[in-house]
Design a protein around this ligand. Structure first.
Ligand code: ASP
Length: 441
């Protein structure tokens, strides 16, 4: 019997997880059962993905750069990547602002709902934690992000998933130096990283065997820990505006893929779908990164020279879904709390949401922290920030899941475009976890 494609298996796991989670909310002690006995399997899966993220980035980036043969090629790829990332993010925010100004979801929201949301969330730990985090980020000096990008200890940087940019910095430095010492002298190191890269990609295949079960656990947990359905309903217009914008962005990516690479966009979506489904289930582009890399390289045909740089950088600085959401959320909050925004303010939102998406961490809920900075940039009164965040808090998790899908899709799209533009988009060569099993036996 033909085996069901991975994306179908994952999708079935997700639907089963949602149904199971819903069922458990009706049972006495059901939610606790899910939290105690189901959720840990989802957590283990996310940890496994994070476990291999740093070694994968290092091995694949070293391989990518040392395959280049000359440095000017790398500059070329780097420049295109940054320009396209900024371009797609500006398009994303503009789509969000356009929709939120047309639909005006904040205008329809009643005083009563605002009061209820404020009472429920404004002083909650969740909202206060986001405000505290935003405060910490804001108090840093303007060039701090550059300073932070340079590690003073390579091993320490590799010891934390939060230091992804530091790891990328060190690895690029290492890769370029390997090019400069010449092929003969760098060969042992290159062979080591080539081999490490192959092995880690095999680990991705192995981890993915458990993906359908893991997403079951992750989604059952999301359902049992989600907020009051009444509140979710009150924010339906706002949530639909964000989701509508995200869908338009997918269409935009599909057009880009079709026009610039001449590939069938539906085929492209199908190839990267396991990464998208994981992004949805984990709400973290960083955790999804190993799978995104594997799909884009083996199933879309992007050469490692491109994907090894474009994808890890993208996971950290390119978040189109997040920036679209920030545009919509900022204007929604302003509309609901009758804070007038001028045209200039909306332009400020484009600029700050662009910077915020670069600064947002690729982890669940990070987009909301940077939203605070976007709101402050347009002069939103700081004593009302907690109320503003309270208004959107109830639907933040489901929207986070959706925007993470777009963040990952954006990275995959840009890497494919860059690969095509430098002649590095080849024929996909998918590998299976058991390709060499017979030999091992
Ligand atoms: N969860 C998102 C990501 O990891 C970031 C965010 O929008 O909160 O891409």
């Amino acid at each position: 019997m033909k085996k069901l494609a991975l994306h179908w298996q994952i999708l079935i796991g997700m639907v089963a997880g949602i149904i199971f989670g819903l069922g458990m909310t009706f049972l006495e002690g059901g939610s606790t059962f899910v939290l105690d006995w189901i959720k840990p399997f989802g957590t283990i899966f996310v940890k496994l993905l994070k476990l291999i993220a740093v070694p994968l980035i290092v091995a694949s980036l070293v391989k990518g750069i040392s395959d280049l043969k000359n440095i000017s090629k790398f500059r070329n790829i780097g420049l295109r990547t940054i320009v396209i990332y900024v371009g797609t993010t500006v398009v994303a925010i503009t789509i969000g602002l356009f929709l939120v100004n047309v639909v005006q979801p904040g205008k329809g929201i009643s005083e009563e709902t605002i009061t209820r949301l404020t009472e429920t969330y404004a002083n909650s730990g969740g909202v206060q934690a986001k405000l505290a985090e935003a405060n910490k980020q804001q108090s840093s000096a303007p060039l701090q992000f550059l300073v932070d990008m340079v590690p003073n200890n390579a091993i320490k940087a590799m010891g934390s998933n939060k230091s992804m940019l530091q790891v990328i910095f060190f690895t690029i430095f290492l890769g370029i130096s390997m090019l400069l010492v010449g092929e003969k002298k760098s060969k042992p190191l290159k062979d080591f990283f080539d081999s490490l890269n192959e092995v880690i990609l095999k680990m991705v295949d192995l981890i993915m065997l458990s993906a359908p079960y893991a997403v079951f656990a992750l989604l059952a947990n999301v359902v049992v820990s989600s907020n009051d359905p009444d509140l979710l309903l009150a924010l339906l217009k706002y949530a639909s505006t964000v989701i509508g914008g995200l869908l338009l962005l997918i269409v935009f990516y599909m057009i880009l893929v079709s026009v610039f690479t001449k590939k069938n966009p539906i085929w492209f979506l199908k190839q990267i779908s396991p990464a998208q489904l994981l992004a949805f289930s984990t709400s973290s582009s960083a955790a999804t990164l190993p799978v995104t890399m594997e799909r884009v390289e083996e199933h879309v045909g992007v050469d490692k020279e491109v994907s090894s740089f474009v994808l890890p950088v993208g996971a950290t600085i390119n978040m189109d879904g997040t920036s679209l959401y920030q545009g919509v959320a900022a204007v929604f909050i302003a509309q609901a709390l009758s804070f007038d925004l001028t045209f200039g303010d909306q332009l400020t939102i484009i600029l700050t949401a662009l910077l915020a998406s670069i600064g947002s961490a690729a982890v669940p809920g990070a987009g909301m922290v940077m939203l605070v900075i976007v709101l402050e940039a347009v002069g939103f009164p700081s004593d009302k920030l907690a109320i503003g965040l309270a208004l959107i808090f109830a639907v933040d998790r489901p929207l986070d899941m959706c925007r993470t899908v777009i963040n990952v899709t954006g990275d995959a799209t840009v890497s494919t475009l860059v690969a095509k533009s430098v002649g590095k988009l080849g024929t996909p060569k998918p590998k299976n976890w058991n390709d060499n099993l017979e030999e091992v036996r």
